[in-house]
Design a binder for this molecule. Sequence first.
Ligand code: BEZ
Length: 385
Amino acid sequence: MTLIRTTITAAMLALALPAAHAQAKLKVGLMLPYSGTYAALGTAIENGFRLYVDEQGGKLGGREIEYVKVDDESDPAKATDNINKLIKRDNVDVVVGTVHSGVAMAMAKVAKDTGTLLIVPNAGADAVTGPMCAINIYRSSFSNWQPGYAMGQVMAKRGHKNAVTITWKYAAGDESVGGFKEAFTKAGGKVIKDLTVPFPNVEFQALLTEIAALKPDAVYTFFAGGGAVKFVKDYAAAGLKGKIPLYGAGFLTDGTLQAQGEAAQGLLTTLHYADGLNTPRDNAFRLDYAKAYKLQPDVYAMQGYDAAQMLAIGLAATKGDPSKKAEFAAALQKAKIDSPRGTFTLSASHNPIQDIYLREVSGLENKKIGIASKALADPGRGCKL
Ligand code: BEZ
């Protein structure tokens, strides 16, 4: 009797265990802004992520993907509760998010404390791949320092001797301006004034009047999403376009050109993506994205797509088990990620080492006109994995 029971139990286990593991869905928590000034950015990231997963037949690392979504509203005050709900209530295996640097920093703290896998598909907060870096935290996008630093070099090379900066007063704006200043001042340039408005305020009029009075050689700016649309239009309406050249991190004109219209034409920006790359990889991505969503992809869609690619690489190495952190990290550390932006690798602190393109707005495109900085690595200051 005992023998029969033992035999049946062993047989049942042999059948049931591998099957149960193979069938378990992998829960992906998408923590993104679906409302407010960054709403369109969150949707583009989700679209890009889903596109890659769909191209793999809905499975990564042999596991079917299930999504749980939360609108983070780009509100840092709600961030800890939101990510805790995904991890503790919804039991997600991985969190993908977010857009806003302040929200991302709160998420990184929880991810580090709980050991949950976090892939950041936009937010550039330098700290995430700096002092807050961790074996289970990755970024598919950029650090705020990267496009800013590249533009500082470009503006100095273009002969500008002084500049005013203008941005939102939060980590992304401060750090983008920080990167710009580092390169611009190293090349002999001088920043005569830093102007800020609180996030997500779009009342720019008083500051534009101040820029007109200061008459700098040029202006460097970080704005994105709905705020970027309003800023570029207000800059032109204030009569500054054509008088004081405006430059920016590429978020200023990515995903925004339809709404900005004439006011954006000719603007130069730096970013790790551009229109007109014309590589087979990017052309295929663009075609597939356009077919799936009846829209052209932008930098945010591309970053979402690559977040899914990075997850796929880690899961392939761990047979679908993201809790095997060392194996997951080793696979990504040695990977050459086949991105639509061009192949990139990850730094030791898990931030992309990538080309930063110089782009010029022409019609509805941010056309690549050169490479502002080749294989630019974030300094990753203070990261101890
Ligand atoms: C950020 O908060 O890090 C960010 C938001 C939008 C575009 C780029 C960066």
